[in-house]
Write a new protein. Structure first.
Lengths: 449, 540
């Protein structure tokens, strides 16, 4: 009996050991990496951001970050991107308070802002500031209210003239122009700008956005907030300037000629109803059975993000450039297609396609292209401005969006500020300045001549 | 039993759980090694084109058991990770830069839980640089499953234990105790205690067994008592028998001498019998020899007689046909008489030949399928010409539906001809003869009826003997050798049939014979078995 008892105890012990299992563990040592972002001359740049629920606190927080890096110096130029969750008037006013001597340029961003510190999206709102001070750069911020001008073109003209004047560079042509405009008349604005500075100066930027496409967007021009305006920065510098303006989609075989159009409405492609042609090209993936109805209008903004149309430009070197335009809606009665950019009859268009992975990867390829175009090595830029179409941003799964600014930062290695826009403007080499949709762009100002 | 159950159950449970846990863990690890491989290949494919497989990496992150993934540069900087907060951080790990997959235990940098770390080489660097892909996987699912198995296993074990205890008690009560009681009872009975009564009052098989034991015990007691009585009686009988036996022994000694004398006489008789047997054998051999000589003589003589007979007949016919010259009417009449007598002699020789074949048992048969109706009709028609000489009419009554039989047609015709010939011979002028053939059970029955003088009853069997004639002696009226019916009998018997005669003196006779519907296979062999001369007891 005693022996049996002992055997029983032994058996329980063995079983417990088997059940419990034993692991040897190894812990991996993790340390902070080297911070490659350093404040160096001849361009002093610093970024700040905040997602505080209170607009004033947010500005305080962001501005404090900028100031902390600047030390005794003070930025003479500030870029402000903010979401519409904050009162733009309050935000700009507060920024002006912090930087009374700086020219302020910027506008509202859709849903979030980005800096080299990451992707910033707050419960109420988020904002980012980039402050610059350099003896090698002259900035001039100018703007115009489209509602108060005769035309969008006139507004553009007015804005650039004001910007050049504010830069103290009358009669000179800037190296690059940054633009933030209200959505709707970007092409005309561009024409107005080019009327002053010519077609060879890159005009880079995007249309300000809001969170719901309801017109809450704003543009910041020093101490003014416009709802339907344009904000420009004329940049005068001998430092290297690199820029890239890319869509990043794949080209399909489906193409056709716009045979009837008006402004941003395509009625017919190859003499066939535009929506039907588009539906055919996309195998019903975007419009689908809804096309069978003959009444009403449907929005296809979200679905068409991965199936944009593209304008085709061929430069003198026979290189073909595709500028994506975003289909917005379909009118079911006449099967017209409304897009986010102006189109013309006789213009050739082609279907593009992609996925979020492609769009996210642009966050590295486009900055790299900007570096290459400017002849700037990674880490040798001063600062950057990154514009990313809000539509494409929303097409990326929310959990993956924080990768975007990290990719940009990894590519350029310098402070930058970014915004999510409702249209993008940029310079296509040998072609000129264009307005497009679903595009991302990068501007990098170098530290060297 | 309970203790054994507990110990063995614990051991089995423990070992089983350990095995299953290990197996599950192994499966999970293998699966994630594949995942790491897929991720690495996707990264390698797009790296130089600056295309990161974010979609694939996102799917990997979304796996329940995946805690994190890192893409780590050769210097330990995390270039990419599922958590952007890890980008740019430095790691220090001995597996960094591995050229083959390593699986090891580690601790999650986020939660501190124990994890498995899969470290997989990533070929995206310059030559000499080895990047690494890290995949941290949680074994929580294994732990959860193991815990669940433990709970389920323990629960199941407890249930089984309760059942075992219950069954033990039940068996103890219903089986073990009664069997013990039975065993004790059987032991007592075997030791002679037939008064022992097994007290089990259950109604199951054990109860019945106990009952049977008790009855057996009762019977044994009874039998023992009878045996004892019998034994006593037996002793008395033995004494008596012994006395009787002694008396008989004395008597038997006296009769022994008489027996010896009888045995001597029997020996003498036996020797006489042996001598007689030898004599009979010798006589038998002589008889057989004589018989053979006689048959040979008959055969040879018949053949020797037939040859000159044929010559005589041939020349007589030639002379009668006036081939050798004209002859007178008187010469023709004389030659007719010669021809008739040569025919008679020829038939006689033929009969003698047949008899010799009968004796030697070598009659030849040629069996063939025969239409009975046609055969009988043809035979009757043949005999009608002979019947016409005495103005006798032969009627044939043959049943319509007659089957075909396999018989020696010529021999059966010979039988019918023999019988009809006799009928014509013994019928008065102007009478009728009826020939019948019909089915009779398994046979065909043939009958030939005449209205002649009849045959005495005591001779109705003898007429089938060789050379027997009803009317024998020097003054017999009808000729013939007396062989026809003997030959007919032999033929009918060889075919498996029977032959007999019915007759009334002064009124006529009917001769019958049968042929079986099922034909005899070997007629010649059958013929050899027939007692043609009626030598066996019982005669014809």
């Amino acid at each position: 009996m005693k022996n049996l008892k002992n055997i029983g105890i032994l058996g329980v012990v063995i079983g417990a050991l088997l059940l419990s299992g034993c692991f040897e563990t190894e812990e991996i040592e993790i340390t902070e990496g080297d911070d490659e972002t350093q404040l160096t001359g001849p361009v002093y740049v610093s970024c700040g951001w905040s997602i505080d629920n209170n607009a004033i606190n947010a500005v305080n927080e962001a501005a404090s970050l900028v100031i902390s890096e600047f030390g005794e110096k003070s930025p003479e130029y500030v870029i402000l991107f903010s979401t519409v969750g904050y009162d733009s008037e309050v935000v700009l006013g507060e920024v002006n308070n912090f930087f009374p001597n700086a020219q302020v340029y910027g506008g509202t961003s859709c849903a979030a802002v980005i800096t080299n510190d990451g992707y910033h999206a707050g419960e109420v709102g988020s904002l980012a500031l980039l402050g610059v001070s350099s003896e090698n750069i002259s900035f001039g911020v100018g703007g115009a209210d489209l509602d108060e001008e005769d035309s969008a073109r006139a507004a553009g003209e007015k804005a650039i003239i004001e910007a050049i004047e504010n830069a103290g560079k009358e009669g000179e042509i800037p190296a690059i122009v940054l633009i933030t405009a209200a959505p709707g008349a970007e092409e005309e604005i561009l024409f107005g700008i080019e009327d002053v500075i010519g077609k060879d100066v890159p005009i880079m930027g995007g249309s300000s956005g809001d969170n719901t496409i309801e017109g809450y967007w704003k543009q910041f021009v020093n101490d003014k907030v416009y709802s339907n305006g344009v904000s420009l920065t004329a940049v005068f510098t001998d430092l290297k300037v690199g820029s890239a303006f890319e869509a990043g989609y794949l080209v399909s075989e489906n193409e056709g000629n716009i045979t009837r159009a008006d402004g941003r409405i395509i009625y017919e492609i190859d003499n066939k109803l535009a929506a039907e042609v588009y539906n055919n090209w996309t195998n019903g993936e975007v419009i689908g059975e809804a096309l069978e109805s003959s009444e009403g209008e449907i929005t296809i903004l979200s679905e068409s993000t991965f199936y944009p149309l593209a304008k085709i430009f061929t430069d003198p070197d026979e290189t073909v450039h595709y500028l994506s335009i975003h289909p917005l809606s379909v009118n079911l009665s006449d099967k017209r297609l409304t897009v986010f950019a102006n189109v013309e009859e006789g213009e050739k268009i082609q279907l593009m396609h992609g996925n979020w992975e492609l769009l996210l990867n642009r966050a590295q390829s486009t900055p790299n292209a900007a570096l290459e175009n400017g002849g700037i090595e990674k880490g040798e830029g001063a600062f950057g401005i990154y514009v990313f179409c809000a539509g494409t941003m929303l097409g990326i799964p929310e959990g993956e969006r924080p990768m975007m600014p990290l990719l940009v930062e990894e590519a350029i290695g310098v402070p930058f500020i970014g915004t999510f826009t409702f249209g993008e403007q940029g310079y296509i080499s040998e072609i000129g300045n264009k307005h497009g949709n679903l595009v991302n762009s990068m501007v990098i100002i170098g530290e060297e001549n | 039993m309970i203790i054994v159950s507990i110990i063995s159950g614990t051991l089995i449970l423990g070992i089983s759980l350990a095995e299953q846990t290990s197996s599950m863990e192994e499966n999970i690890i293998q699966h994630h090694i594949v995942v790491a491989n897929v991720a690495s290949q996707s990264i390698e494919a797009g790296y130089f084109a600056q295309i990161w497989p974010f979609e694939t990496l996102k799917e990997i992150s979304e796996c329940e058991s995946v805690l994190f993934w890192w893409v780590v540069k050769p210097d330990g900087e995390i270039l990419r990770a599922d958590d952007t907060a890890m980008w740019g951080k430095q790691i220090n790990d001995e597996s960094l830069g591995t050229s083959k997959t390593v699986v090891k235990d580690s601790v999650s940098p986020k939660t501190g839980e124990n994890i498995k770390l899969i470290v997989h080489p990533l070929d995206i660097g310059e030559e000499g640089e080895q990047w690494t892909f890290y995949l941290g996987i949680s074994l929580e699912s294994v732990v959860d499953a193991r815990n669940k198995m433990i709970v389920d296993g323990v629960g199941f074990f407890i249930v089984i234990l309760i059942v075992v205890i219950f069954i033990s008690f039940y068996f103890t009560k219903t089986v073990t105790r009664p069997i013990t009681t039975l065993t004790e009872g059987a032991k007592a009975i075997s030791q002679g205690d037939l008064e022992y009564n097994i007290k089990i009052e259950t109604k199951d098989e054990i109860g019945k067994l106990a009952d049977a034991f008790n009855k057996m015990s009762g019977k044994l007691k009874e039998s023992r008592s009878k045996l004892e009585n019998y034994s006593k009686n037996l002793e008395k009988q033995v004494e008596e028998r012994t006395r009787e036996l002694n008396e008989k022994i004395t008597e038997s000694k006296q009769s022994e001498a008489a027996t010896l004398s009888i045995l001597e006489d029997m020996h003498i008789i036996h020797e006489g019998l042996i001598k007689s047997q030898k004599r009979i054998k010798l006589q038998n051999i002589k008889l057989k020899k004589l018989d053979r000589i006689k048959s040979d003589f008959l055969n040879v003589t018949s053949h020797e007689l037939r040859t000159p007979m044929s010559a005589i007949k041939g020349y007589v016919q030639m002379v009668m046909k006036q081939t050798l010259g004209n002859i007178t009417e008187e010469q023709k009449k004389a030659l007719n008489i010669v021809l008739r007598n040569t025919d008679r002699l020829d038939h006689l020789i033929q009969d003698i030949l047949d008899i010799s074949r009968l004796e030697s048992g070598t009659m030849k048969f040629i069996p063939e399928k025969t239409d009975i109706k046609t055969m009988v009709k043809e035979t009757v028609e043949t005999m009608q010409s002979s019947a016409d000489l005495k103005h006798i009419t032969i009627n044939a009554e043959i049943e319509d539906e007659m089957p075909e039989l396999t018989i020696d047609q010529e021999r059966i015709k010979q039988v019918i001809i023999n019988i009809i010939s006799n009928a014509i011979k013994f019928s008065p002028d102007g009478s009728i003869i009826n020939v019948q053939a019909k089915k009779d059970k398994n046979n065909i029955l043939f009958g030939v009826q005449d209205f002649g003088r009849g045959i005495p009853e005591d001779k109705q069997k003898k007429i089938f003997e060789t050379f027997y004639q009803v009317d024998s002696g020097m003054d017999r009226k009808f000729g013939g050798a007396g062989l026809g019916l003997a030959i007919s009998r032999g033929i009918v018997l060889a075919h498996g049939g029977q032959i007999w005669a019915d007759s009334i003196i002064g009124k006529g006779s009917t001769f019958y014979f049968t042929l079986p519907l099922r034909s005899v296979v070997d007629l010649e062999e059958k013929f050899k078995e027939i007692d043609i001369f009626g030598l066996k007891p019982g005669g014809i």
